[in-house]
Write a protein that binds this ligand. Structure first.
Ligand SMILES: [Cu+2]
Length: 337
């Protein structure tokens, strides 16, 4: 049967909209995403963010942009595996649906050999569920595909902020905008491996390109964007001097109790960097006194519990492995993607 992609598009693909920076964004209506009913024993990812680092203020066209690096880790038992609606269709559509592919234990006799399971589209029998989620969105300035509703960046006042990412009291820019609600899209790949320095040569690396096919993050791997990358920024123009927190969370509306993607634990999806914003006599802004989430006992306690559980599942509970992983999650690796 020949089915025109245009026909599918009218059924499934979200409408195009402009995100305000000239990039077309798919604008997934989260209310229309069907519920994904999962078997009890599936292998789910567990998504976390690496402590955001390399904070700097960029002055451009009267605006003050806070730039920073970001990382997303998968510390779960299953891959975060996303497939586009039309593999290889980059020249004909700029917005298409994204599916999350979910595996079961039977797909990985030895779960360390994950690369055995991944081709696109996922062949029948290599997964348990294929669930409609957000969208694949062609990002004009990056010139590759992003998945939408990956997470959110925001700046909160430090006073009431809690280590679980709650109680955000946003600052207000001089144009009256709150420093919250910066939803970001991302091209998801395996960039570096936690507690290790090997990368592209590693045989557990599964996701490595943004041009047309599947995207995702393998358990034990981190994806990353450098602070100079377009989109790694929040407009903080004119916010008053004071103590703030830059918050990075992953998985759509997880922070608000409404995660889009399937994962095993949505209580650990946020990390942050505290900083003071100073202004000199001319009003020029400067970042001072940076202090990462791992300096907060409540945060680091929860992180160590998650990592210890991951290490027990994958690395026989090696203490040095867990220690190196915690160091990476606290922002120990340089930003080089
Ligand atoms: Cu990109």
């Amino acid at each position: 049967m020949i089915v025109s992609p245009v026909f599918f598009l009218s059924l499934a693909a979200p409408a195009l909209a402009d995100d305000g920076t000239g990039n077309e964004t798919c604008g997934t209506d989260l209310d229309t995403v069907p519920e994904c009913v999962l078997d009890d024993d599936v292998l789910l990812p567990d998504l976390m963010t690496v402590v955001p680092k390399h904070l700097q203020i960029q002055n451009s066209q009267q605006n003050e942009m806070l730039r920073f690096s970001n990382g997303i880790a998968n510390v779960g038992l299953g891959p975060w595996w996303l497939e586009p609606e039309f593999p290889g269709a980059e020249s004909t559509v700029s917005c298409q649906g994204a599916w999350q592919v979910i595996t079961g234990p039977e797909h990985f006799a030895d779960r360390l050999l994950l690369s055995d399971g991944y081709t696109i589209p996922a062949p029948e029998g290599t997964y348990r569920h294929r669930c409609q989620k957000g969208s694949f969105d062609f990002h004009e300035t990056h010139n590759h595909w992003h998945v939408d509703n990956i997470g959110e960046f925001k700046v909160c006042a430090a006073a009431d902020f809690a280590a679980d990412g709650s109680n955000c009291d946003p600052a207000t820019t001089s144009s009256g905008e709150p420093t919250t609600g910066v939803k970001y899209t991302f091209c998801l790949i395996d960039w570096y491996k936690l507690a290790d320095n090997t990368a592209s040569s590693d045989d557990t690396r599964n996701f490595f390109e943004c041009s047309s096919g599947m995207q995702g993050i393998t358990p034990g791997w981190v994806d990353q964007y450098h602070q100079a990358t377009d989109g790694q920024e929040i407009d903080i123009t004119g916010i008053p001097a004071g103590s703030y927190v830059l918050v990075s969370s992953v998985n759509g509306g997880a922070l608000a109790g409404d995660p889009l993607y399937e994962e095993s634990d949505t209580s650990n999806n946020t990390s942050y960097m505290r900083f003071d914003l100073k202004r000199d006599s001319k009003g020029n802004a400067k970042i001072a006194n940076e202090s990462g989430a791992c300096n907060d006992l409540a945060f680091v306690g929860a992180l160590e519990a998650t990592i210890t559980a991951f290490s027990a599942q994958w690395e026989g509970g090696s203490a040095s492995f867990a220690e190196n992983m915690v160091d990476d999650m606290c922002g120990g690796k340089p930003a080089n993607r």
